[in-house]
Design a protein around this ligand. Structure first.
Ligand code: CA
Length: 229
């Protein structure tokens, strides 16, 4: 599948130029003309990378970056900032906010493509990347990168929340997880979801994977525990 790249840039000429070159390189470009649209598209499209201009109408690039980095659903997407040449303050603030790279304007499209490829190479190699993780537990296999769950080789379709809850349990077999900690892992900090939601999702998991009705133990008034093999 082609990697999608969201271009958040208000100058149409630059946008069109980037679209043209990215497409030629086999990427799938998406475009947003202002910060607000860019953030909304990052959330809805979950692109593989974002090229983010700093001076943008509606919401500037640094604010967009801040919002991306604090939104659990999209916080891991690499972001390369497009900056006016020599603007040190923007560079520093952006790096603190977690930008992956800086591309000073004016740039050549070839340079942009090279930087994008470098970011993809780096993110693949990172050994700390939890996305690479595969959990194996008594015939149950969860592959984070592929977003895939199999039981005894048979694929099982889970919603993203069910997937995250299962991942949380698999990452701590034998340990009791409180409903609150499960909520945090599956929904992120400061969530407004109520505890009961966890019970509903656990019930779904047990229904979809009958093995789990035994393997996930209910710890009364506390939470849940995945039995060790
Ligand atoms: Ca601009």
């Amino acid at each position: 599948m082609n990697r999608s790249i969201l271009i958040v840039e208000d100058e149409k000429e630059i946008r069109d130029l980037l679209v043209h070159y990215l497409r030629k390189e086999g990427f799938q470009p998406l475009v947003a003309p202002d910060g607000e649209t860019g953030l909304a598209m990052a959330r809805s499209e979950k692109p593989d990378l974002i090229l983010l201009d700093i001076l943008l109408p509606k919401m500037d690039g640094l604010e967009v970056l801040r919002k991306i980095r604090t939104d659990r659903e999209i916080s891991r997407i690499p972001v390369a900032m497009l900056t006016a040449k020599g603007d040190e303050t923007d560079r520093i603030v952006g790096l603190e906010l977690g930008a992956d790279d800086y591309i000073p304007k004016p740039f050549s499209p070839r340079e942009v493509v090279a930087r994008i490829k470098a970011i993809f190479r780096r993110s693949r190699k990172d050994p700390e990347e939890p996305e690479e993780k595969i959990y194996d537990h008594a015939g149950l296999r969860l592959d984070v990168a592929r977003h895939e769950v199999r039981f005894k080789g048979k694929p099982i379709s889970l919603t993203s929340k069910e997937f995250r809850i299962l991942q949380a349990l698999l990452s701590a077999p034998g340990r009791v997880l409180t409903r609150e900690s499960i909520l945090q892992k599956a929904w992120g900090e400061g969530t407004h979801v109520i505890d009961r939601t966890v019970d509903v999702h656990i019930a779904k998991l047990r229904q979809k994977i009958p093995f789990l009705s035994e393997a996930i133990e209910t710890v009364k008034d506390v939470g849940y525990k995945l039995r060790e093999d």
